[in-house]
Write a protein that binds this ligand. Structure first.
Ligand code: NAD
Length: 463
């Protein structure tokens, strides 16, 4: 699909071994791909919706058939454990089925007119050419949660995966869609770093959908502004879990461990802050530390482990620096804290306070910072005291009380007595404030995200 000479090496995240290379798409590649996507889009939206749906269902079947192949790549280039890889593939298959439903769902509405004989139709039409820029931490699912509904609704898509995961996040998806019978020119895969910037400023790209860091999101929002294209950003989080005094502490600690250590904490909706009422703080710390200590860490290619590698030694170093600086400010490590190469032990840190790096910033590592509070009001001040607003959870046995606390949390998603790291493909997902911009994705929210309204009127009686 691309003509370019430069290549990026793709590494196994546990061993560092080079497992392949992917092209670095050039500005010329981007121009050619975008022109092709623009030419194809009117033909693609004219394809009967039932045929678009059938292609998406075939893609789901092929992904199911190829689960082992995709899982192996998610383990190697993505640093996933086998369980995480299989979970991601399952969620991705669901995205295809959800999108197939969307292709034939009711779009638009009829609105009564103030004029005799006039009918007002509000159509939902595809945005056009969508530039889709994605992160490495769940490369297959992050791509398909937007790509599948985008093409279901008649858009064409330029997919630019992260340089760390060009295969499972891009090139393998392209091959799968070809085999499913997607016509040429509906999806183009552009790999390497520079293509992202070229898509953002390209005048013929109608929309950018971006998943990645807050810093890059801000940069993209500014760079896209002059062309007035639509921008949707799914960014980082620093997600709180509040453990109330009447919580089932074992349930909270189990969910806290799952949400802080799953995929080595490299999950946007991971629990990044454990805000615990003092009455249960010691018990919660002990139980969370016990869960952390029981987890195995290792190379997922070599066998079953609970945690695999982090994406890079740089990312490990960043997390350890945040721990060290927080310890200098008064926090203390209760469990873990060590690392070998990209393998980092799940870590529990107590006495974390606002103002410390572990509290104020997204860690994106298997670290569970605990902040002890004396009252619900103090908990809420701390919970709402960062610029992030992605996900949260609250644990408490009195559901009225837990609900009233959840109600005052300013995030796009909040879960009572469950993990912050929760996703269902048919439920809208998204953050507020520094965690995201634009419409949510998932289920019927995808219609708002990936189509534009058009008022079309028909006059039958005017003279
Ligand atoms: P990143 O911002 O470094 O990179 C994301 C993508 O943007 C990559 O494809 C990269 O090549 C591209 N990119 C970088 N600079 C660009 C530019 N100037 N213009 C256009 N494209 C550019 O993020 P990352 O490290 O890959 O991902 C981790 C971050 O993603 C974390 O903060 C995590 O919380 C967030 N994330 C959010 C969600 C969500 O749904 N909210 C999901 C997964 C990850």
């Amino acid at each position: 699909m691309t003509t370019t000479t430069a290549e990026i090496d793709v590494r196994d995240k546990a061993t560092g071994e080079i497992i392949g290379s992917a092209p670095v798409s050039s500005a010329v590649d981007v121009d050619r791909a975008v022109a092709e996507l623009g030419r194809t889009q009117p033909d693609w939206v004219a394809v009967p919706a039932t045929e678009r749906a059938a292609i998406l269902r075939r893609a789901a079947t092929l992904l199911q058939r190829d689960t082992d192949r995709f899982a192996r790549m998610l383990v190697r280039e993505g640093g996933a454990t086998t369980a995480k890889a299989e979970g991601e593939i399952g969620a991705s298959i669901l995205e295809f089925y959800q999108a197939a439903e969307l292709a034939t769902t009711a779009l638009g509405e009829v609105i009564p007119s103030g004029q005799r004989g006039r009918m007002n139709i509000v159509e939902r039409r595809p945005v056009g050419v969508v530039g889709l820029i994605t992160a490495w931490n769940a490369p297959l699912h992050i791509a398909l949660r937007v790509l599948a509904p985008a093409i279901a609704l008649g858009n064409t898509v330029a997919l630019k995966p992260a340089p760390e995961t060009p295969f499972s996040g891009g090139l393998m998806i392209g091959e799968l869609l070809d085999e499913a019978g997607l016509p040429a020119g509906v999806v183009e895969i552009l790999t390497g770093g520079p293509a992202g910037q070229a898509l953002v400023t390209h005048p013929a790209v109608d929309m950018i959908h971006f998943t990645g860091s807050e810093e890059t999101g801000r940069r993209i929002n500014v760079a896209a502004a002059p062309s007035l294209k639509r921008v949707a950003l799914e960014l980082g989080g620093n997600n709180p879990t509040v453990v109330l005094a009447d919580a089932d502490v074992e349930l909270a600690a189990r969910c806290g461990a799952e949400a802080s250590f799953g995929h080595q904490g490299q999950v946007c909706i991971a629990t990044g802050r454990h805000i615990v009422l003092s009455a249960v703080a010691d018990e919660y710390t002990t139980r969370l530390a016990a869960h952390a200590a029981a987890l195995t860490v290792g190379d997922p290619n070599a066998g079953q482990v609970d945690l695999g590698p982090m994406v890079s030694t740089r990312q490990v170093g960043k997390a350890q620096d945040m721990i060290a600086r927080s310890v200098e400010m008064g926090a203390h490590v209760v469990e873990g804290g060590t690392a070998t190469g990209t393998l980092m032990r799940p870590t529990v840190v107590r006495a974390v306070r606002p103002g410390m790096p572990l509290h104020d910033e997204e860690v994106f590592a298997p670290v569970a910072p605990i902040t002890v509070v004396e009252s619900v009001e103090e908990a809420l001040d701390i919970v709402n005291g960062t610029r992030f607003g992605l996900a949260a959870s609250v644990f408490g046995r009195d559901l009225d009380h837990a609900w009233s606390v959840a109600d005052r949390i300013r995030t796009g998603m909040v879960h009572v007595n469950d993990v912050s790291a929760m996703h269902e493909s048919h439920v809208p997902f998204g953050g507020r404030a520094a965690s995201g911009l634009g419409d949510d994705l998932g289920g019927r929210a995808n219609i708002d995200l990936l189509t534009e309204r058009r008022w079309t009127s028909l006059q039958r009686t005017r003279q």
